[in-house]
Design a protein around this ligand. Sequence first.
Ligand SMILES: Nc1nc2c(ncn2[C@@H]2O[C@H](COP(=O)(O)OP(=O)(O)O)[C@@H](O)[C@H]2O)c(=O)[nH]1
Ligand SMILES: [Mg+2]
Ligand SMILES: [Zn+2]
Length: 405
Amino acid sequence: MRKSDKKPLLDKLNALTPAQRQRLFQQAARFRKTELNKNRNQRPDSTKKYRHGQEDTGSFQKRGAQNKPVSLEDWALKLLAAGEFDPDEAAADADVVTYGGRVISVKAGACTVITDDFEHRIKCLLRPELTLAQRSDLAVGDLVRYSQSDDGTAIIESVEPRRTMLSRPDPHDGRIERVIVTNIDIVVVVCALLDPPLNTNMIDRYLLAIERGGIKPLICVNKIDLANGDEEILAAMNTALEPYRQLGIDIVCCSADAGVGVDQLRQLLMGSPAVFVGHSGVGKSSLLNAMNPELALETRTVRRTTGKGRHTTVNSNLYHLPGDITIIDTPGVRSFGLWQMEPEELRWYFNEFDEFAPQCHFSNCSHTHEPQCAVKAAVEANPALLRRYESYLRMLETLDKSSGK
Ligand SMILES: Nc1nc2c(ncn2[C@@H]2O[C@H](COP(=O)(O)OP(=O)(O)O)[C@@H](O)[C@H]2O)c(=O)[nH]1
Ligand SMILES: [Mg+2]
Ligand SMILES: [Zn+2]
């Protein structure tokens, strides 16, 4: 090959990534081998030369150009000149092409990923390194890159750092954190006005976990149609929700059945990936259906004999609705136990105390038995605050019991 012919090819070679170059040289080695075999068959007399000559050292002698070794690089250049090497195809093997997706369910050693275009669900295996690493506690919502081989096997190659996460205490050991969903902006606490009745204790526990995760809460009270316009019931609801209003939390009162408040919910969720949490039977699936009837999700039917519902949502799921709405529904967040924490830590999760706590006589005031407590004074003047304060006392009691105090 003449020097002037070589130059552009060398430039090409240099432009390749190290992985592509490695692939090219592997291909060149195979090419050389087949060419050598061809020559061997065509020219039996030269076989010996190759065999005992320079084949082992990685070069061979060109016919007619005695003792002029052809380097592997020259073979590589030949491939480039003939257009036999496809850098992109090479990348598929050597560099590993990966695709983006989001984890929607997790099992031991495997998970299901929904593709970035929300079109496909792909079962992916975890790399052993990933399974062993701490980060392998792969959770629903994790943004991942996966590769796919020709036989269709998909493997998680990497997990992006989590932006946010919602976790709950392990039901058996409250000190262990179980991540249930990651990379969400809003946690929608769904409850029902009636059937099951509004449970503010449950809301408070969720808020604790949401606060810990640094995520924005949204309270959604469903089934308001069941009030049948009864002023008393609606007034009681407003009273129950007042503490959350004072905390500045968005509240949507809606009815999946009557289609009330559904648009408002949609507005609040646009562009912010969210997770629905809340007890079974409050209407999470019904709300999703109301937001997009095409989903046609199965909703719970109450068994007449037991009065208990069948749990229809078994797997986590991610729903992508028109208007850039992404909602994750996971059975992992049906109910939360209380976090195992130091009782002294709990007060920091009640943001409404922050305003008054600095005026307490004792700087480490727990707002329970201490004299000259500014929080207790504030509570007496504000019924909404009183209800959260009572919730605080109840949680504190649970923590004191479990911490043996
Ligand atoms: N009256 C009334 N019933 C509802 C409403 N939304 C859901 N339901 C009923 O509540 C039950 C539980 O609903 P479902 O969506 O399965 O709850 P999930 O377990 O939270 O997903 C079903 O029988 C629904 O028909 C609503 O807005 N009003
Ligand atoms: Mg459901
Ligand atoms: Zn105090």
